[in-house]
Design a protein around this ligand. Sequence first.
Ligand SMILES: *Cc1c(COP(=O)(O)O)cnc(C)c1O
Length: 350
Amino acid sequence: MSKFWSPFVKDLVPYVPGEQPKLAKLVKLNTNENPYGPSPKAIAAMQAELNDNLRLYPDPNGERLKQAVADYYGVRLDQVFVGNGSDEVLAHAFHGLFQHDKPLLFPDISYSFYPVYCGLYGISAEVIALDEQFRIRVEDYARPNGGIVFPNPNAPTGCLLALEAIEHVLKANPDSVVLVDEAYIDFGGATAISLVDQYPNLLVTQTLSKSRSLAGLRVGLAVGHPDLIEALERIKNSFNSYPLDRMAIAGAAAAFADREYFERTCQQVIESRELTVAGLQALGFEVLPSAANFVFARHPHKDAATLAAGLREQGVIVRHFTQARIAQFLRISIGAPEQNQALLDALSSL
Ligand SMILES: *Cc1c(COP(=O)(O)O)cnc(C)c1O
């Protein structure tokens, strides 16, 4: 604390990201990064941007990327927003769409950045408990609110909600924005972007950090009704008019254009996930059904914190959350086949 701080800074509770260890040899299965590199076409597009033009500001609108996203999803340019990582897109949505008198609703077990943004923007929140199987119960979201947000598939559980269930929430809340955070949708779910023309209260966010393997580039996006997109643009242009640099715009646009590489690598992750689930179950773990690039698992007789520490000693890092209902679970990212095998070997030795 310092006398120089604005008063509200002392009350902020910042987000704590998963560890990014400096040691290269570790089997890093703690932050849901993609084991396969970005599309070679994305890398080539970024290399082509690495020239004297860097003296010039980028396109403040990131139109080349918006167009690539619009083409990919068959939507219009004015339905697309792009930002510096979907965390930034989410921040603008909280700031521009969720500051109302009534509380924002989100699940008790969910992305831990949501309560952080509520703290930053002074938004009151009401957390809605997942059911006993750690699933979202859509009926619970028919209550007074100033907005609704949840990841689909949910994080850190990996559980997927069907589009019909999302429509149920949209119909029950015509006067609220329902934000579906699709950070992991490409690993087995159907995107709600197909619903944006029908529901003016739907905003869908996605990231290139997971399924397009560009976590280091920091690019995210939102798709929704032009009125919702305009709120995000107004916030963005009051904060930083050039959030995406020249290389990010070029690389992300090329990643969206390379459908073949994207589909193939997603499929490889999905196949590895199924093998990892089978391996964990053979060791006695209970694994929640996952449609993401991670699994959420607990062992009936082994303490999760002890397992995480034991894995670390063997050079494998996974994520363990201390929150009450999930303290006995480990969240394990799906890595390359040899990394997943190293995890299973280390667990069986424990
Ligand atoms: C990873 C993640 C994000 C953020 O991704 P960015 O890297 O900021 O684009 C958003 N929501 C959830 C649920 C995530 O897991």
